[in-house]
Ligand binder design. Structure first.
Ligand SMILES: [Zn+2]
Ligand SMILES: [Zn+2]
Length: 265
């Protein structure tokens, strides 16, 4: 089973998860071109994609969806609220309804040999979710765009082989940075985005001996730096109340505009 980010950050998000026989995308928030390029490096094309799962309707998660659906008949799975949000943004009403499949948090969906579990996340969208995706005994967890986490999220992300977790901003960079006050407040709020520190704290609660990879994603371009996200999370793991050291797990930062390290388990 493989996990890779094709594009990550406030300018567009798309994640690939695949087994030998099944290939899915979580979000298509960047250009179709970028997705095609990323997939080709994985020896895949959009024709191989069995399903698209959407986390929520913000444009950095759906911007490429329309263009992809024009040429490719790929089923799209999203919560009722997210489908509503996508429809609202589809002003010309060009997206065909038959392609959308409604899902609910905590109700599994199977796509060939994969099982996808949506989980509710705290974010300022209509009905946002993260995903736990498994194939046989392998499991990946994906949680971006969450202002905070709770025991429910932690439970959902326990026992994963690899995770892609948001490390959106450095709190100090955000506070002293150029964003207007209201936007800062939104990002720092309970329905905003996870800071590097909170990302590290969440990770501390889900670490286990068999966790094979941590991919940090959705980094803010203005309020974060890859090295800072990496180092802050590493230090949180080192200092946190857990038996592990910062270097015990491979921690990688998903690149903004290109294919990330591919995690294979
Ligand atoms: Zn969002
Ligand atoms: Zn986002």
């Amino acid at each position: 089973m493989r996990l890779a980010s094709l594009s990550s950050g406030s300018s567009g998000n798309s994640i690939y998860v695949g087994s030998d026989t099944t290939h899915i995308l979580v979000d298509t928030g960047c250009s179709k071109k970028r997705i095609v390029e990323g997939l080709s490096k994985l020896d895949l094309s959009l024709d191989d994609i069995d399903a698209i799962f959407v986390t929520h309707e913000h444009s950095d998660h759906i911007a490429g969806l329309h263009t992809i659906l024009k040429k490719h008949d790929i089923p799209v799975f999203a919560t009722k609220g997210t489908i509503q949000g996508i429809r609202t943004s589809d002003k010309k009403g060009e997206m065909v309804s038959s392609e959308f499949h409604e899902i609910r948090a905590d109700e599994k969906v199977s796509v060939k040999d994969m099982i996808i579990n949506p989980m509710t996340i705290m974010h300022d969208a209509l009905e946002p979710v993260g995903y736990r995706i498994s194939c046989g005994n392998k499991k990946f967890g994906i949680a971006t765009d969450l202002g905070c986490y709770n025991d429910y999220i932690v439970d959902n992300l326990r026992g994963m082989d690899a995770v892609l977790i948001e490390a959106n901003h450095d709190v100090r960079m955000l506070q002293t940075g150029p964003y207007p006050y209201q936007l800062k407040k939104r990002i720092l709020g309970e329905k905003g985005h996870l800071s590097n520190e909170k990302s590290g704290e969440l990770l501390c609660r889900i670490l286990h001996d068999n966790l094979k990879g941590i991919l940090l994603g959705h980094l803010s371009k203005e309020n974060n730096l890859p090295e800072l996200a990496y180092e802050t999370v590493r230090v949180e793991i080192e200092m946190g109340e857990n038996p592990y050291h910062g270097n015990d797990f491979p921690i990688m930062v998903a690149a903004r505009n290109e294919l990330s390290t591919v995690i294979e388990v």
